[in-house]
Design a protein around this ligand. Structure first.
Ligand SMILES: Cc1cc2nc3c(=O)[nH]c(=O)nc-3n(C[C@H](O)[C@H](O)[C@H](O)COP(=O)(O)O)c2cc1C
Length: 347
């Protein structure tokens, strides 16, 4: 297996078995105001919405997790089947290993299912030259899209992880121009991976032509935590120290949803753990929510397990809609909310 394939497998194992998120839940800082007379029938609530031109039955994306090693065929196959059954979106993990000649089946398996919104994934650091490594060109980006029959491309912004991991790509000069190039031919989501996106950065990304902002803020999976555990297992004391110092680095997810509102669709992610969190994200202005860790264990088991987990999230979301008097997704986005705790301090 390639080094990247090994690393992707390490990430999964660490996320399943170690503490990789801050203890504080930033989504709990957002409170929706209860409606005692909702005047809505639960079975008539419409949870459908449109995201990037595609209809979803529920405003949710199982966000980029994995691919590029044989064990990921089952994981991505299970996610794709469940997402197809429920009509929600799906992103794959970084396709770098496959684009550099590695395993492809774990990505191609997504095409066997009718997922309504499929999102390809490459890293911003790979769009420019790094020490001894060639930048991805347009044909490689096209290959990433075709490999999974993608509707859109997530360009992930993971410099927190790159600075913490030993084999990190730490050049970033020229990334924005390359993002601008890619936007000429593809529908691009600028995607953080756990540290959030500020207003100023969102403006620059909008100027580069991205179609949507995918915030993935702090409060969910922390890649400095993941790399801390990898460093510990190899006795790399210096990297362990950086991972620990930057464990909770970033802009909290709900704050980032508000910050990154520059008139583009926003996908809220980072610490989404239940359907109420999805409702809170939409109330702050996101077009949908995304989560990875939420379904990771289930994705390793079966499509039924992923589907059951997502059905719980959908039921909780519907309950939040009922209790805020929201008959459809648009209505919940205009419901009153109170912002408390650390998010309030941030704002
Ligand atoms: C095991 C794992 C692997 C991930 N790999 C990728 C990746 O390859 N590319 C990417 O853009 N995001 C990746 N992510 C980040 C997620 O897509 C998401 O943005 C982030 O984990 C926050 O969501 P969460 O708190 O629900 O996990 C990964 C997350 C996990 C848990």
């Amino acid at each position: 297996m390639s080094d990247i394939g090994n690393r992707k497998e390490d990430h999964i194992n660490i996320c399943i078995s170690e503490r990789i998120s801050p203890d504080y839940c930033y989504w709990d800082d957002i409170m929706l105001v209860h409606e005692a007379v909702p005047e809505i029938n639960m079975d008539e609530i419409d949870t459908s919405t449109r995201v990037l031109g595609r209809k979803l039955e529920f405003p949710f994306i199982v966000t980029a997790i994995t691919g590029g090693f044989p064990g990921a065929v089952k994981i991505n196959g299970n996610i794709a089947e469940a997402c197809s059954r429920l009509g929600v979106g799906m992103g794959v993990g970084s396709q770098r290993a496959s684009l550099e000649g590695g395993e492809r089946e774990s990505f191609e398996v997504v095409k066997d299912h009718g997922v309504p919104l499929v999102i390809a994934n490459v890293g911003a650091p790979q769009l420019i030259e790094q020490a001894g490594k060639v930048a991805f060109d347009d044909s490689m980006i096209g290959d990433a899209m075709d490999m999974i029959g993608a509707d859109a491309l997530a360009i992930h912004l993971n410099f927190l992880q790159e600075v913490v991991q030993p084999e990190g790509d730490t050049h970033s000069k020229g990334c924005l121009d390359r993002i601008r190039d890619v936007c000429r031919n593809h529908k691009v989501l600028a995607k953080e991976t756990g540290a959030g996106i500020s207003r100023q950065t969102a403006e620059r990304l909008k100027g580069a032509g991205v179609a949507a902002i995918y915030v993935a803020g702090m409060g969910g999976t922390s890649f400095s935590a993941v790399e801390l555990h990898r460093a510990r297992s190899t006795g790399d004391r210096a990297r362990e120290s950086i991972g620990s110092s930057f464990f909770d680095w970033g802009i909290p997810s709900p704050v980032s949803v508000l910050e990154a509102d520059v008139g583009l669709p926003i996908v809220a992610s980072g610490g989404i753990r239940n359907g109420l969190h999805v409702a809170k994200a939409i109330s702050l202005g996101a077009c949908c929510a995304g989560a990875a860790n939420l379904v990771l264990k289930e994705a390793m088991q079966s499509a039924d397990a992923v589907e059951d987990r997502l059905l719980d999230i959908i039921s909780e979301f519907k309950a939040a809609m009922m209790l805020t008097g929201s008959a459809n997704v648009e209505q919940i986005s205009s419901r009153r909310k109170i912002i408390t705790g650390k998010c309030r301090e941030w704002l």
